[in-house]
Design a protein around this ligand. Structure first.
Ligand SMILES: O=P(O)(O)OC[C@H]1O[C@H](OP(=O)(O)OP(=O)(O)O)[C@H](O)[C@@H]1O
Ligand SMILES: O=c1cc[nH]c(=O)[nH]1
Length: 179
């Protein structure tokens, strides 16, 4: 197995700040906008962006939730183990809100397809956008593209992009892992 660094912590820092800036450019005061991190790994990106938006743009009332998609998937990529759900926490109104889905990697698009179904249980947003830290382009199975994109990566199917976070994995880094 080999592991190549695609982004180091400094590059991730710069990209997160740029993405936060793009969100502010579009959503200004976030009065009608909510952020929704896709479980399990999108929540790290969502929490980081929330922190930047609060600290650097003074957006104290920003609303951030977490959405589990486990039982909305249409594929069985998660392997032989029994499916275990993550936590969904949406403690705000979604009806008529502008929702921004946030995830770490966009690959086939099937996770986001599942998220589009899962969010319906909470209401009908006026708009849904997608922010992805990594866009594995040319890998899509569905017509789903990010509105905000950290970095595009070309990788073959046998490779995996792994995003590590300081608070979970001990470091901020993005790796390309080849078998
Ligand atoms: O666009 P997709 O093909 O759906 O892939 C993207 C999803 O895969 C990863 O999740 P997770 O680690 O849960 O999935 P994995 O086991 O396939 O890596 C990642 O955090 C995205 O949510
Ligand atoms: O490369 C990939 C593909 C799907 N999910 C990931 O986290 N990485």
């Amino acid at each position: 197995m080999s592991r190549k660094v695609l982004l180091d912590s400094n590059q991730i820092h710069i990209i997160l700040h740029r993405l936060a800036c793009q969100l502010v450019e579009k959503h200004t005061d976030f009065k009608n906008t909510v952020l929704v991190g896709i479980q399990p790994r999108g929540i790290y990106v969502a929490n980081r962006l929330e922190k930047i938006l609060k600290q650097e743009y003074g957006l104290k009332d920003i609303k951030t939730g977490q959405l589990d998609i486990t039982f909305y998937r249409d594929d069985f990529r998660r392997g032989e183990k029994p499916l275990e759900a993550n936590k969904t926490r949406i403690d705000f109104v979604v009806e008529d809100k502008r929702v921004v889905f946030i995830d770490d990697v966009l690959y086939t698009g099937r996770s986001i397809r599942a998220a589009l179904t899962a969010i319906q249980s909470f209401g009908r947003p006026s708009e849904i956008e997608l922010l992805s830290l990594i866009d594995r382009r040319f890998s899509r199975h569905l017509p789903i593209q990010p509105d905000y994109n950290g970095r595009q990566v070309d990788a073959i199917n046998e490779e995996k992009v792994k995003v590590s976070w300081e608070e979970n994995d001990g470091e901020d880094a993005v790796y390309l892992i080849s078998k």
